[in-house]
Design a binder for this molecule. Structure first.
Ligand SMILES: [Ca+2]
Ligand SMILES: [Ca+2]
Length: 508
């Protein structure tokens, strides 16, 4: 997997047990990001209080449960799960660096951990280390977007923007600053967990791009949307073999019945218990908001993971636009194999590939020899990543696929129908394996039964794979067709790499 594109990121978390799982996965992909900040922030589910015993009179999860006013909610003073995760990263950094380039030195990450606005939910009244750091990043002159990823509330972001407003609003610099900030900041958020986007950010900074990244597949309710063929990736057996038994990150990762908890006396967190029934948990005072008791060792949640998954440089280019889609889902509905269109399928369709990728990276953390672990197939496009096509035209797209470990590859070509503006299916009319790189001669491959959505073949060495698409005659100027080529290696934990080619229709 190449890491040509490294997006600048600031990631914000609260001490929910699934944020702990999210930061584990994020750190395993930290070679794909320029991580500029990892910031604790409050939400309506977690806030630390001001340390002075002030009772919070507003609403949050506690008031939903009929509790309060209280001085803090589900946030212990000594909560340091981000630092703990980075300490583990430091232990496995050498191994990770053997398997992929670009992992940041642990000290770089450590020095970028800050407390943001954590005292109360949705509280913009005070500047914090986190909000000041974010403000500096927003105002700096580094090129490109700054992705502000939040799996918690948005008060730290709101405070940073408010500080910029207070400093520049009535100055001659305001117009430039306002335009710069609006063009630079992209917020990718799981929900709006304290209402600050709605009440402050959007009204005052309407041109800042906001991408809603809430999904079900990454959360506590993943079992309700997982595809049947991926269900085992949530099971105790698979998680134990591939995740929780693999090195210090695996041990840190939260699973059902692991005996751990994030906060003392948290009545909503009973996931660490095993062999207790719902009634027994209720008798202990727990609020059972998740309906079932799952198998010990199985998946709990990684609720906020979707906020960064489209920034991973896996070839899907999901960051380009919220309509593109990728491992973090898509701002739109995808059509599942049962014919039902849903936003859930737009994220769940990738889950198997994501879990296998996670498992392979965890293997990297415990494997000091490059040859002892699996690595991603490499796909290079021979055509450009975009092309202009005309109605009725046939176009052959080509890519070189190979595997750094010498694995055989299954190469699939398909149309990501929902991501394109053309509302129909494009016929894939042939698939070739081109032995000579110069493409002087082509050898027809044993093409599976024609299927307008997917053609695939098995390749055994570095070859050109070429797929011919028949552009429908009813396409019109400006419509787009998204073509995906993916390569999956043949080994115990297969890895998938992609490239996307966007065809744009012109009328001639
Ligand atoms: Ca969270
Ligand atoms: Ca491989």
């Amino acid at each position: 997997m190449s890491t040509n594109i490294k997006h600048r990121t600031v990631i914000m978390l609260d001490p929910e047990l699934d944020d702990l799982n999210t930061i584990v996965r994020y750190l395993l992909y930290s070679n794909h990001f320029h991580t500029e900040g990892i910031i604790y922030s409050s939400s309506r589910y977690h806030w630390r209080g001001d340390g002075q015993g002030t009772r919070f009179l507003g609403e949050s999860e506690h008031s939903d449960l009929g509790i309060g006013p209280i001085t803090c909610w589900r946030w212990d003073e000594d909560s340091r799960f981000i630092e703990e995760a980075v300490d583990i990263y430091a232990k496995v950094y050498q191994n990770l660096s053997i398997h992929a380039e670009g992992y940041p030195h642990p000290s770089e990450l450590r020095e970028r951990i800050f407390n943001g606005n954590i005292a109360f939910p949705g509280d913009l009244s005070h500047c914090t280390q986190g909000s000041e750091h974010l403000m500096r990043l927003i105002l700096d002159d580094e090129p490109g977007p700054l992705y502000v990823l939040t799996g918690t509330g948005q008060s730290t972001i709101g405070r940073a923007l408010k500080s910029i407003e207070e400093r520049y609003l009535h100055t001659e610099k305001w117009e430039n600053i306002y335009n710069k900030v609006s063009a630079k900041v992209i917020i990718q958020s799981f929900g709006d967990q304290d209402g600050i986007y709605e009440t402050y950010i959007h009204p005052n900074w309407p041109n800042i791009r906001f991408r809603q990244m809430a999904t079900t597949i990454w959360g506590y309710f993943a079992r309700s949307v997982v595809q049947p063929e991926d269900r085992h990736y949530l099971s105790a057996a698979w998680i134990k073999e591939n995740i929780s038994s693999v090195g210090p990150f695996g041990e840190f990762y939260r699973v059902w019945g692991d005996g751990k908890y994030m906060h003392k006396n948290d009545i909503t967190d009973y996931f660490g218990f095993k062999y207790l029934t719902a009634n027994q948990l209720k008798a202990l005072g727990y609020s059972l908001w998740y309906k079932d008791i799952e198998e010990p060792g199985s998946w709990i949640s990684e609720g906020d993971t979707s906020m960064f998954m489209n920034l991973i440089d896996n070839g899907l280019e999901g960051h380009v636009d919220a309509s593109y889609g990728g491992w973090g889902g898509r701002n739109g509905k995808d059509i599942a194999p049962d014919g039902v269109a849903s936003k859930d399928y737009a994220s769940a369709r990738w889950f198997g590939a994501c879990q296998r990728d996670f498992a392979a990276r965890l293997q990297w953390t415990v494997t000091p020899e490059y040859k002892q672990a699996n690595h991603h197939p490499i796909i290079e496009l021979i055509n450009t990543e975009s092309a202009i096509v005309a109605p009725g035209q046939t176009i052959t797209l080509k890519a070189i696929a190979r595997d750094p470990d010498g694995h055989h590859l299954s190469v699939n070509w398909w149309q990501y129908e929902e991501a394109g503006a053309y509302p129909g299916q494009v016929e894939l009319i042939s698939l070739d394996e081109v032995i000579e790189k110069e493409a002087t001669q082509t050898y027809p491959f044993d093409v599976p039964a024609p299927n307008s959505l997917n053609l695939s073949h098995l390749i055994q060495d570095e070859v050109i794979t070429a797929c011919t698409f028949n552009i429908p005659t009813d396409t019109v100027k400006g419509q787009t067709i998204h073509c995906i080529v993916e390569a999956i290696d043949h080994c115990k934990i297969p890895l998938t790499s992609y490239k996307r080619i966007v065809l744009t229709v012109d009328d001639e």
